[in-house]
Design a protein around this ligand. Structure first.
Ligand SMILES: CC(C)(COP(=O)(O)OP(=O)(O)OC[C@H]1O[C@@H](n2cnc3c(N)ncnc32)[C@H](O)[C@@H]1OP(=O)(O)O)[C@@H](O)C(=O)NCCC(=O)NCCS
Length: 165
């Protein structure tokens, strides 16, 4: 069966189209997608170009995956951070193909483990991860501190010290 798009390694010439595709596909008003940027792309492409791939159709980039090592302090952990397909190209196994190419490159480069951090609300992304054989290691919630008004409330440390005096 012919695919509606092909997968190939990403090059620096793809950067503008990858940036635009991410801007169009991610909800950049929402964390973690608000961290999508040129430097987010450059970090992976600089570090591990062989783990970054694009899906292209009729000369245009329609999707991408960006991954690299290390992950935080884990020198030999690969990190799949960004993946996206334009809506007309979703549900056609292209994300699975992109991930396959990236995982092979990461393990080929010496990764001992590959991780992906996925927003709890991102159902499609979790389905993709599970279909690739990823299993859940841990769940981290982002908590927001009280609003700026909070600094007008009494200093808790001072209150405690006063009550202990
Ligand atoms: C996440 C995303 C890349 C998945 O792309 P996709 O083209 O739908 O994925 P595929 O067609 O390769 O499907 C991969 C697997 O996920 C499953 N899947 C993906 N989306 C699904 C959905 N909406 N409903 C049911 N299953 C779904 C598929 O069934 C398939 O599993 P299988 O191989 O066991 O059948 C795509 O939905 C996307 O671009 N989302 C917006 C950007 C985003 O949130 N990216 C992730 C965070 S960086």
């Amino acid at each position: 069966m012919t695919s509606i798009a092909d997968i190939r390694p990403m090059t620096s010439e793809d950067v503008p189209e990858v940036l635009k595709t991410g801007n169009d596909v991610f909800d950049t008003d929402e964390f973690p997608y608000s961290t999508w940027s040129l430097s987010a792309i450059a970090k992976h492409l600089d570090q591990q170009p062989e783990a970054c791939h694009v899906a292209h159709s009729e000369g245009a980039v329609v999707g991408f995956i960006l991954a690299s090592m290390p992950f935080l302090t884990h020198q030999h952990w690969g990190h799949v951070e960004w993946i996206a397909l334009r809506p007309g190209f979703q549900g056609r196994a292209l994300a699975s193909k992109l991930a396959d190419a990236s995982l092979r490159a990461l393990y080929g480069a010496g990764a001992t483990r590959v991780v992906a951090d996925i927003a709890t609300a991102n159902r499609q992304s979790k389905l993709l991860a599970r279909s690739l054989g990823f299993t859940e290691l841990t769940t981290v919630s982002l908590f927001a501190a009280p609003s700026l008004e909070w600094i007008k409330t009494p200093d808790r440390a001072v209150e405690v010290a006063a009550s202990e005096a």
